[in-house]
Design a protein around this ligand. Structure first.
Ligand code: KIV
Length: 266
């Protein structure tokens, strides 16, 4: 069996100035494909709710949804000729913010019922105590700051963060707080590139950018955006292929054959 990626692999990559590759995944087949393509980390993001479950935000995503899909992703790893991908599960809205104890109970369920490697939660300074509580109890925690989609009802939009001095300084404080609390990686979503670079250069924790410029230690994209399945990509996430067109063309071709009576062949 091939070696698996671990949190230590990501720390070593940062120390060696080597970029790591993260991608979201939501099922067994996509996990296997991404790992075979050499992706280091599979993030079962709560973007699941928007790209795969038809919700209009991540708020309705439940812990049972996340566990169901993360277990499927874990089952898709370890089968390629590449190192087994490190699998991270997003803790969904309402399952960790109440107290460190609530976050611990949720994380234990996630780790025991899915076999994944780490949990991710949104928030900086206000979540530092929780990150420390989990980390002190042996749980690998990925922090997520900048644009935090679970707070969309508070901010009213998915606008980028950190473009005014107050937000800029607050994000820097968030990054320091989660790094000191023991986060093993830090997702920076939609923050200015120079801020992401400063955080990357000054803190020991590996940074993972999405809409945060080229200066991060790793990059993450949403599966549907990368592969041209979403139909509407954010400006920082150009599609590398157009699977939406390829899939609809193939289905329409087969459908036409069925209607003409030429499928199946005699
Ligand atoms: O839910 C998700 O997919 C994420 C990434 C966009 C970082 O949190």
């Amino acid at each position: 069996m091939n070696k698996r990626i671990t949190a230590a692999t990501l720390a070593k990559a940062k120390a060696a100035n080597e970029k790591s590759v993260w991608l979201t995944a939501y099922d067994t087949a996509s996990a296997g494909l991404a790992e075979a393509a050499g992706v280091d980390v599979l993030l079962v993001g709560d973007s699941l709710g928007m790209v795969a479950l038809g919700f209009d935000s991540t708020i309705p995503v439940t812990l049972d949804h996340m566990i169901h899909h993360t277990a499927a992703v874990v089952r898709g790893t370890g089968c390629s000729d590449k190192p087994g991908a490190w699998v991270v599960c997003d803790l969904p809205f309402g399952t960790y913010q109440q107290s460190p104890e609530q976050a611990f109970e949720t994380s234990v369920r996630v780790l025991q019922e899915t076999g994944c490697d780490a949990v991710k939660l949104e928030g900086g300074v206000p979540m530092a105590e929780t990150i420390r509580f989990l980390s002190d109890r042996g749980i690998a925690v990925v922090a997520h700051i900048g644009l935090t989609p679970q707070s969309v009802k508070k901010f009213g939009s998915y606008r980028p963060r950190g473009n005014n001095p107050a937000e800029h300084d607050a994000i820097l404080e968030d990054a320091k707080a989660v790094a000191e609390a023991g986060a093993v990686a830090l997702v920076l979503e939609c923050v200015p590139a120079e801020l992401a670079q400063t955080i990357t250069e000054t803190l020991p924790v590996p940074t993972v950018g999405i809409g945060a410029g080229v200066g991060c230690d790793a990059q993450v994209l949403v599966w549907h955006d990368l592969l041209g399945l979403s139909g509407k990509n954010p400006p920082f996430a150009p599609a590398y292929t157009n699977l939406r067109e390829q899939i609809t063309t193939a289905i329409a071709a087969w459908s036409g054959d069925v209607r003409k009576g030429t499928f199946p062949e005699q």
